[in-house]
Design a protein. Structure first.
Length: 137
């Protein structure tokens, strides 16, 4: 009988070398990377409302695995983004992975925020007439 490893344990073994913690709307977020040189770009992709913190314990953990710059002939290496043990994005270029991080983090923040309600609203104008729309985000 073969025992499968815990999915989170498999992600935890990928070799993380640097990280940063944030807080936003009562939630604690963590971001770890396998290459310290990409941490600044990853931190810049964090949603605007995230504030840096020194806390070690987090509610949500993002893991960004940057592809090795040394490619073997005929082998593609991908940048990978995880939230917990779930693979969120995989791409040959880093910018789409960072965009996926930003979008997912914004949505998750709105969904899991404690004591906050986010409202999505828009206004459309056409021929001097305006229409507004409210909806929960």
């Amino acid at each position: 009988m073969m025992v499968q490893a815990d999915p989170q344990a498999r992600v935890d073994r990928l070799g993380w070398t640097a990280g940063h913690s944030f807080t936003a709307y009562g939630l604690r977020f963590g971001l770890r990377v396998n290459d310290p040189s990409v941490l600044a770009a990853a931190r810049a992709a964090a949603p605007f409302s995230w504030q840096a913190t020194s806390t070690g314990e987090v509610d949500v953990l993002y893991s960004l695995r940057v592809a090795s710059p040394i490619a073997h002939q005929g082998l593609r290496t991908y940048h990978l983004l995880y939230c917990g043990s779930e693979l969120l994005a995989r791409a040959l270029d880093l910018p789409p992975v960072l965009t996926a991080f930003t979008k997912h983090a914004e949505l998750l923040k709105a969904f899991r925020a404690r004591d906050y309600l986010f409202v999505h609203a828009g206004v459309v104008g056409w021929r001097a007439a305006r229409s507004s729309s409210l909806g929960a985000a």
